[in-house]
Design a protein around this ligand. Structure first.
Ligand code: SAM
Length: 244
C-alpha cells in the first residue's frame, strides 16, 4: 500500500481533512484503476505517483473552495457531470464524506467501473448513473444540486448548458480547466447570461512538482435556467450558445 504523502500534505495545506482511512480508499481506487485500465480505456495515467498529482490532487482542489464556502461537514448535494473514471467525483467524495454525490457519464462501462470502486472502497452516500447531461438537466434531477463539478468534458460555452440547469438557484458550478480559461470565458459570456449564471471567481493552481497550471472557474447560478435548456442530446456541442 502506498502512502499518498503529497496528497496528504496538499490537504493539510488547504484545510481538508485527511487520514489513514482516506489513504486506504485512494489506494483501492488507484489499484482498480490500474487493473481495469488494462482491459478498458479509462485513463492515460495509472502509475500511482503520477495519478496522485495529475488525478487526485487536481480533483480535490475544489474541496478547499467548497469547505470555505459551505463549511466542512455540510450535507450538500454534488453532481459530477462527465465523470469518466471518477474524476473529480471519487476523490472529492473521499475527502468530503458528509456530502451526497451523484457521478454521471454518458458511457455505461465507466459507470460500471465506478460502481466497483464505490463497493470496494465502501463509499457511502454516492450514486453513479449512466446518462447524458442534456437528459439529466431535463429530468427530475433538474435544479436539485447545490454544486455541479466537471473536469475535461467540453468548452465552457457548451459545458455551461450541461451544468447550469442541474443546480438550484444560488448554487455553484465548479469547472476544472487547463489552458486559457479567459478566452473560453469570453466566448461563453452569452451562454452564461442566457442560462442564468455569473462568474464568481477563478482559483488558479500549479500542481505540485510540476509546471502544470490548472484553474477552477466558479460560476454562481443567480437566475432560473429557461426550461428549453439544456437542448436535446448533441445539440449543445453542435450548436453552442454563442452570440453570432
Ligand atoms: N472528468 C473525467 C476526467 O477528468 O478524467 C473524464 C474526462 S473525459 C475527457 C470526458 C467524459 O465526459 C467522457 O467520459 C464522456 O463520456 C463524458 N461526456 C461527454 N459529453 C457528455 C455528456 N453530454 N453527458 C455526459 N457525459 C459526457
Amino acid at each position: 500500500m502506498k502512502q499518498f504523502l503529497k496528497l496528504a500534505e496538499f490537504c493539510k495545506n488547504n484545510n481538508i481533512a485527511y487520514d489513514a482511512e482516506k489513504d486506504r480508499q485512494f489506494n483501492i481506487f488507484c489499484d482498480l484503476l490500474e487493473e481495469k485500465n488494462r482491459v478498458m480505456n479509462l485513463t492515460g495515467v495509472t502509475d500511482h505517483d503520477e495519478a496522485e498529482i495529475i488525478h487526485f490532487i487536481d480533483s480535490v482542489e475544489a474541496a478547499a473552495v467548497i469547505n470555505e464556502l459551505y463549511g466542512k461537514d455540510t450535507n450538500i448535494k454534488v453532481l459530477d457531470i462527465g465523470t469518466g473514471a471518477g474524476f473529480p467525483g471519487i476523490p472529492l467524495k473521499i475527502v468530503m464524506p458528509h456530502a451526497e454525490f451523484v457521478l454521471a457519464d454518458a458511457l455505461n462501462k465507466r459507470i460500471n467501473f465506478i460502481n466497483e470502486v464505490i463497493s470496494a472502497a465502501n463509499l457511502e452516500n454516492i450514486t453513479a448513473i449512466q446518462g447524458r447531461a442534456e437528459e439529466i438537466g431535463q429530468s427530475g434531477m433538474r435544479e436539485s444540486f447545490d454544486i455541479c463539478v466537471s473536469r475535461a468534458v467540453a468548452d465552457t460555452s457548451v459545458l455551461l448548458e450541461y451544468v447550469l440547469p442541474t443546480v438550484k438557484k444560488g448554487g455553484l458550478c465548479i469547472l476544472y480547466k487547463s489552458g486559457d480559461y479567459r478566452k473560453e470565458l469570453e466566448t461563453a459570456a452569452y451562454a452564461l447570461d442566457v442560462l442564468g449564471g455569473t462568474l464568481e471567481d477563478v482559483k488558479e493552481f500549479c500542481l505540485p512538482e510540476s509546471d502544470i497550471g490548472r484553474s477552477l472557474v466558479i460560476i454562481r447560478k443567480i437566475n432560473d435556467t429557461p426550461l428549453k435548456y439544456p437542448r436535446r442530446p448533441g445539440k449543445p456541442s453542435k450548436s453552442p450558445l454563442i452570440m453570432k
